[in-house]
Design a protein around this ligand. Structure first.
Ligand SMILES: Nc1ncnc2c1ncn2[C@@H]1O[C@H](COP(=O)(O)OP(=O)(O)O)[C@@H](O)[C@H]1O
Ligand SMILES: [Mg+2]
Length: 326
């Protein structure tokens, strides 16, 4: 451990030395070549995950060292100018990475919107098209049954009852897939509706406690719904829990939500995106939350339940308690 720390300190000192030497070369009239070194140093710093604060203070020290030798005010201005140019070039890889990150977030948002459209389409197809097909099956059965003797008609009645059950379940699933209450009444009522269905199917009590009443933007509400949906599905599928608690509250301008179960838990560090994993649910949750600038923490250990903690900044969130529609 100590060796690793020592190596890191050494690497940092080497970097600083090289930064100073490249800056001095540029200030002495090094031109394009020295500027190229600035860019390479910026790339290296990014690769070594040096923070912006670290880079700023390193530059500050280098600049002080540089201007200390200035013999006149004119030279001082030239040196300051050169050091600003050098620093800007060195930081350009950071700028590019930042833009790349913004582009990736934008792409992620668009992907989620497309996904949401697709989910809506499937929900309508299940609801309307499958519903119409079932009506056609009902009619065809009634037709056949009418030609049969009465005792055999009773058997058809049983088939009709089963078909009604199928229809009821399809309706329920299609509503849960994309509940209209999500648009009409918001994410908390939509989650209550979802939890009610899962709770009955999985015989798992789900307790919801929320003091957040205002409406959030459609994207944030859909994200919250999708994450809670996956968390509840996981709790029902994997946790063998006897209770689940969902809590939502606000801390200043941050919306907080926790989904906790008292089930068997799992090694949440082992299901990190880099580790060898089977499911996509937790990855998709992280991607959805980062697309809206929020964070997700998973606390779980074998035998001690699971808690997902969401934090979503609401700055700039268009909040309207009477909002209708997405
Ligand atoms: N609430 C939970 N309780 C216990 N294990 C869980 C829970 N949530 C997730 N897991 C574990 O994490 C794994 C990954 O979950 P996920 O990414 O949603 O994929 P999937 O549900 O398709 O397996 C699950 O297979 C399960 O082993
Ligand atoms: Mg899952």
């Amino acid at each position: 451990m100590k060796i690793a720390v020592r190596r890191k300190v050494r690497r940092h000192a080497d970097f600083e030395e090289e930064y100073n030497s490249a800056l001095n070369e540029y200030a002495a009239g090094g031109g394009e070549i020295a500027l190229g070194r600035a860019y390479e140093l910026g790339r290296r710093a990014l690769g070594e995950q040096k923070s912006l604060v670290e880079m700023a203070s390193l530059h500050h020290r280098a600049m002080l060292g540089l201007v200390r030798g200035a013999k006149s005010e004119k030279r001082l201005v030239e040196l300051l100018q050169a050091s600003t140019e050098f620093h800007a070039e060195c930081m350009s890889p950071y700028e590019m990475a930042h833009r790349g990150f913004q582009d990736a977030v934008k792409a992620l948002r668009q992907l989620n919107e497309t996904l949401e459209e697709e989910i809506k389409r499937i929900a309508y197809a299940v609801h309307d098209e499958a519903g119409q097909l079932l009506v056609a099956v009902h009619l065809a059965l009634a037709d056949v049954a009418s030609e049969l003797p009465v005792p055999q008609q009773a058997k058809f009645a049983r088939i009709r009852e089963l078909l009604n059950e199928v229809e009821k379940h399809l309706r329920r699933y299609s509503h849960e897939l994309r509940p209209t209450i999500l648009d009409d009444l918001g994410w908390i009522p939509a989650i209550r509706f979802l939890a009610d269905g899962i709770s009955k199917r999985a015989e798992l009590p789900i307790h919801i406690e929320s003091n957040v009443s205002e409406r959030l933007s459609g994207t944030v509400e859909t994200t919250l719904y999708r994450i809670v949906q996956e968390a509840l599905t996981n709790a029902a599928k994997h946790a063998q829990a006897s209770n689940v608690w969902i809590r939502a509250w606000k801390e200043n301008l941050v919306l907080c939500c926790s989904i906790r179960d008292n089930g068997r838990g799992f090694d949440s560090d082992g299901t990190d995106a880099t580790a060898n994993r089977k499911g996509l649910g937790l990855i998709a949750m992280r991607e959805r939350i980062s697309a809206i600038g929020g964070t997700l923490q998973i606390h779980s250990n074998p035998g001690s339940g699971t808690e997902l903690s969401l934090r979503i900044p609401l700055e700039g969130e268009h909040v309207n308690s009477n909002r209708a529609g997405g």
